[in-house]
Design a protein. Structure first.
Length: 256
């Protein structure tokens, strides 16, 4: 009998006031009415179109609230786990998104030889974390779930940067295009040989309702990009990679 393969279902939390205002959030921001509606819509789709066996969330309030709504619909408990929380924005907390580019440019003008200029994913705001810091702690948490539930489907309610970091770890390349909208989903299958290609689910349906300026790639563009990166590295099994739209192109890759 063929063994059931495992799958991690990465879910971004629902909309918050910080998303709506386009500001970097802290850990205690809660969902808006739209965010709760997004979570309920997502929960129904998870119930109807997936086979969840286990549900976990980030320890941050917005992820816990999203997880609780999903928990009620699926009829299973949600467990808050460490390591999959939002990037610590340090001095940028509460600031408009536009402050990121300005602060980074100021840092680099003071230190033109900074290594982060060639790899912006390693740059840290004062008192905060880099995207690479998130990748290291997030993949450790996701790997624990993979080992604990090797043939089960685990829903992981977390944050955009965490999903982006997991995709970067699996493909070996960072991409702005791997950040989903609120309650967007990326699935990653796995088996004894390791991780499979990250797959985007239903983003087009949620994207028009996104308030924080995220402009996600279409499913075909994202999936085509993921397949191309892994195929180039010799790590993509075509039998388990969904087809993408012909001729599709994704955002320019960034170094890991």
């Amino acid at each position: 009998m063929k063994q059931r393969r495992g799958r991690i279902v990465l879910v971004r939390h629902g909309e918050t006031e910080a998303n709506r205002l386009r500001r970097f959030a802290s850990e205690d921001v809660c969902l808006t009415d739209l965010g709760r509606a997004q979570a309920l819509e997502l929960a129904k789709r998870l119930q109807n179109e997936f086979r969840p066996d286990h549900l976990v969330s980030s320890e941050f309030l917005r992820a816990r609230q999203t997880g609780e709504i999903i928990s009620q619909v699926l009829g299973m408990p949600v467990e808050a786990v460490p390591g999959i929380h939002e990037l610590d924005f340090g001095s940028l907390k509460g600031q408009p998104y536009e402050e990121l580019a300005q602060l980074r440019a100021t840092d680099w003008s003071r230190n033109p030889e900074a290594p982060e200029r060639n790899n912006p994913w390693t740059w840290r705001p004062p008192g905060g974390e880099s995207a690479e810091d998130v990748r290291l702690r997030a993949i450790e948490a996701i790997e624990r779930l993979r080992v604990s539930f090797p043939d089960r489907e685990v829903v992981v309610v977390c944050h955009g940067i965490v999903i982006q970091a997991v995709c970067a770890h699996i493909t070996g390349e960072w991409s702005d295009g791997s950040v989903p909208p609120n309650c967007g989903v990326v699935t990653v299958g796995h088996g004894p040989e390791g991780w499979e290609t990250p797959i985007m689910e239903w983003w087009e349906a949620l994207a028009p309702r996104q308030a924080d300026g995220v402009r996600p790639l279409g499913c075909g563009l994202f999936n085509g990009r993921m397949r191309a990166v892994l195929r180039k590295a010799g790590r993509c099994d075509p039998s388990r990679c969904r087809n993408s739209s012909p001729g599709s192109k994704a955002n320019s890759p960034r170094p890991l």
